[in-house]
Design a protein around this ligand. Sequence first.
Ligand code: ATP
Ligand code: PRP
Length: 215
Amino acid sequence: MKKQQLTIALSKGRILEETLPLLEAANIIPAENIFKSRKLIFDTNHDNIKFVVIRATDVPTYVEYGGADMGIAGKDVLMEHGGKGLYEPLDLEIAKCKLMVAGLTDALPVEGRMRIATKFVNIAKQYFAQQGCQVDIVKLYGAMELAPIMGLADRIVDIVDTGNTLRANGLEPMDFIANISSRLVVGQPALKMKHKQIQPIIEMMSEAVVNRREG
Ligand code: ATP
Ligand code: PRP
């Protein structure tokens, strides 16, 4: 039987470099250097497998609507999307970081409603609601650390890894929201219709994750 076409959505940006060796372990290798190309769709060493290379935040949307069968994205992006229609079979253990609430190091407790600047609007809403805390959320697209300095917000919700960006801007981490790493996701239609093709890929990538962990 002819193999079905399979499309894998990859997040461009910081996780792409760490993603490719895991796919290579599953013997899926791009036909050309992704980093040197302006293309959005890439052939691989398999006639029936293609990569689409898109913004991290668009990966769950592509997979949810079947524009791609599988994808790789950060847990932060998946949480913000909500995960509807996505099955998450594998933690790739790359791009590890934390989602935190942060504020200015000398920040006083806020009286009344806090204003929170973030690009993770849904995550922030859910987190503060769980804390029983009423907040106003301001959506930003980057450089969240600037918002408390300029008086735009009392706190931010952002990714923290080394803490260097916070420190460099006079901020400190305050509350932990979640541990983050990149995940492999599969869309519901692909899970049903392409299970035989997808399962060995998950298994081989899973082995690569273990090998990587054990050094
Ligand atoms: P977009 O281009 O869609 O705005 P982005 O700029 O947030 O996305 P990247 O900076 O490439 O995308 O980050 C991709 C993923 O890497 C994030 O979703 C997160 O899971 C993880 N990440 C972000 N910052 C760090 C960090 N400092 N250390 C480790 N992992 C990180
Ligand atoms: C991410 C995140 C923080 C920083 C945290 O930014 O938004 O600003 O990393 O890492 P640290 O704790 O090790 O300093 P990134 O470098 O991806 O830039 P961008 O999101 O603004 O593009």
